[in-house]
Design a protein around this ligand. Structure first.
Ligand SMILES: [Zn+2]
Length: 247
């Protein structure tokens, strides 16, 4: 995709209209509030430093604990209070072991492929996968449902792996567009097919509880690869999402 009028657009318009690909988008001329409130991001890969894993998890926890204590003390909280005393350590452990453990490639789910012996050549849809993530601009929760579909190229993966892949990429500071594409790219690589669809319907607490304070809106993002670019296949997928079933 090429935007011929790019040079006439303001930086914010460029970022909002830029196609999703690996190119870095320069947000340098925007204020930090603008970048956050518009939820602009710079590319598909999570921006990480080269030395991201030079420190051990234990060293990171010690460092985060120290800095989180500083934040709490700056806010005027009394850290000698029994209820608050353990909070910096708890937050540090939670960041490393839970909320952001998807930053470390060592935690990526190992996916075993199986031969599609039963020759199931139709679409497989795994819908309503719950996930919890955090907005990279405000570090408050994004949560919702991911719906995934693929058409086997002769290989299949265990159903729970789809949930695990969603949650691996969710456990990072994220923007929803990037989360969607990262999940789709990983599925395409694992399943050795382009025929993958990902639809995410999520709520952003940075929109609901602060800023614009809109508690009723939700954000939907989608990725359609291969056969899912065709209207017929895409509509079949979307129809399955509407199925109301009594379980
Ligand atoms: Zn945000």
């Amino acid at each position: 995709m090429y935007y011929a009028n790019l040079t006439y657009m303001k930086p914010k318009e460029i970022a909002l209209n830029a196609p999703l690909k690996n190119d870095k988008i320069n947000l340098g001329e925007l204020s930090t509030d603008e970048i956050g409130d518009e939820h602009l991001h710079t590319g598909i890969a999570t921006p990480m430093r080269q030395d991201a894993f030079a420190m051990s998890d234990e060293e990171k926890i010690t460092k985060i604990e120290f800095h989180f204590r500083e934040i709490m003390e700056t806010l005027g909280l009394d850290l000698t209070d029994d209820s608050l005393n353990g909070t910096p350590k708890r937050v540090a452990k939670m960041y490393i072991h839970e909320l952001f453990n998807g930053l470390n490639p060592a935690n990526k789910p190992k996916v075993a492929l199986f031969d599609n012996k039963y020759k199931y050549n139709e679409m497989l849809v795994e819908k309503g996968i719950s996930f919890y993530s955090n907005c990279e601009h405000h570090f408050v929760p994004i949560f919702g449902k991911a719906h995934i579909a693929y058409i086997s190229s002769g290989k299949v993966i265990g159903l729970s792996k789809l949930n695990r892949i969603v949650n691996y990429f969710a456990k990072r500071p994220q923007v929803q567009e990037r989360l969607t594409v990262q999940i789709a790219n990983e599925l395409q690589a694992c399943l050795q097919t382009a025929d993958v669809a990902v639809l995410i319907d999520a709520k952003h607490l940075c929109v609901a509880s602060r800023g614009i304070k809109d508690n009723s809106s939700a954000t939907v993002t989608s990725f359609y690869g291969g056969k899912f670019k065709e209207e017929f296949t895409r509509n079949e997928f979307l129809k399955y999402l509407d199925l109301k079933t009594e379980y």
